[in-house]
Ligand binder design. Structure first.
Ligand code: SAM
Ligand code: SF4
Length: 335
């Protein structure tokens, strides 16, 4: 029996987010630059390595696995990985297998995902306007994502929409997005834009729409009831009394959620980030690759890494300057 993953601040690590690729079929302006250089394929963990890595974490107490990217559904043969993980669901060792996707490939994969044991998906969608969608994703097409949403719901997947709140971009869609989700029985979570990647010409302070403002606008039309629900992450939820909808707010910049943090993130190359807002990481790939057939060195490396999990992050917009800005892109750590 492995000792459970407890970090130095007595937080149990039960949630692993895994990026399975750094590639994507979109180029969202707040996430990627137009001309991205992606990792050479040989740097990536193979599907077998991803399986071994995740299975090791599950043996060590991880109960929830979220697959992300880049766009997870553009990784070749990704269903092989999902099908492999379903054995842990069947055995009762894993409680939830889920993914965050841009929705572009859901029409193709929704049924297979359900068959593999996935029950919920997060789909990122910032606007319901075709032209604005093309603009913010650069390469995306809205009708394709809409077909993906239909397919996901038809397959029986519960869908939550994630929208990045962008000043001057989707402020005017606060209510249309809310009503869209109400009509389709989907939850909606707003994410405050984070200072990831190189800001370059696209200074994200220009795009920063604080969720306190969004929430205030919502409260002008609806009665908001704060929900006690906590996920161990930066999300807070309210219920709209008039519609019964659940609306989430992810405010990593303005809220300190670190004390209840239960998660770590792994990149597609096997780097483990203990905190979204810190550069500290542990490279687990050598322990995996250099010891085929022996998981003990990998387990030791994971324990060492969790022992380095920091107390909290350093994001700070309070001085109107993105202090603590991270140099890596969201597509690298998987958001
Ligand atoms: N491609 C998938 C998707 O878009 O859902 C999964 C990966 S994406 C990096 C995960 C989430 O991160 C998406 O909801 C996306 O909107 C969000 N994201 C990307 N860059 C962000 C930023 N700078 N600030 C806040 N959220 C961001
Ligand atoms: Fe791709 Fe998701 Fe990043 Fe958009 S947010 S570029 S869909 S990885």
């Amino acid at each position: 029996m492995n000792t459970p993953l407890i970090d130095p601040f007595q937080r149990a690590i039960t949630y692993l987010r895994v990026s399975v690729t750094d590639r994507c079929d979109f180029r969202c302006v707040y996430c990627m630059s137009e001309n991205m250089t992606f990792l050479p394929k040989k740097e990536l963990l193979t599907l077998e390595e991803l399986d071994r890595m995740c299975s090791t974490f599950i043996r060590m107490g991880v109960k929830k696995l979220r697959i992300t990217g880049g766009e997870p559904l553009v990784r070749r043969d990704i269903m092989t990985f999902f099908n492999g993980m379903s054995r842990h669901l069947e055995a009762g060792d894993l409680e939830e297998l889920t993914l965050t996707t841009n929705g572009s490939q859901l029409a193709r994969f929704a049924k297979d995902l359900y068959a593999a044991g996935v029950r919920r998906v997060n789909v990122s969608l910032d606007t319901l306007d075709e032209e604005k969608f093309a603009k913010v994703t650069r390469w995306g097409r809205l009708p394709q994502v809409m077909r993906g949403l239909d397919a996901a719901q038809e397959a029986g997947l519960k869908v939550k929409l994630n929208a990045v709140a962008l000043k001057g971009f989707n402020e005017d869609e606060l209510f249309t997005l809310t009503e869209f989700c109400r009509d389709r029985g989907m939850d909606l979570t707003w994410i405050e834009v984070m200072p990831m990647g190189d800001l370059g010409n696209e200074d994200r302070l220009d795009q920063y729409w604080p969720l306190t403002d969004l929430r205030r606008q919502l409260a002008e039309r609806y009665t908001l009831t704060e929900l006690a629900e906590r996920t161990g992450g930066p999300a807070r939820y309210v219920r709209l009394e008039e519609t019964g909808q659940k609306i989430g707010f992810i405010t990593p910049l303005t809220h300190n959620f670190c004390e209840s943090c239960n998660r770590v993130r792994m990149t597609c190359t096997g780097e483990l980030f203990m905190c979204l807002g810190q550069e500290d990481m542990a490279d687990l790939r050598p322990a995996l690759r250099n010891h085929p057939g022996d998981d003990a060195p990998l387990e030791a490396a994971i324990h060492r890494a969790i022992g380095l999990k920091p107390k909290g992050h350093d994001f700070d917009y309070s001085r109107q300057r993105p202090d603590g800005q991270m140099s890596r892109h969201m597509s690298h750590t998987g958001g």
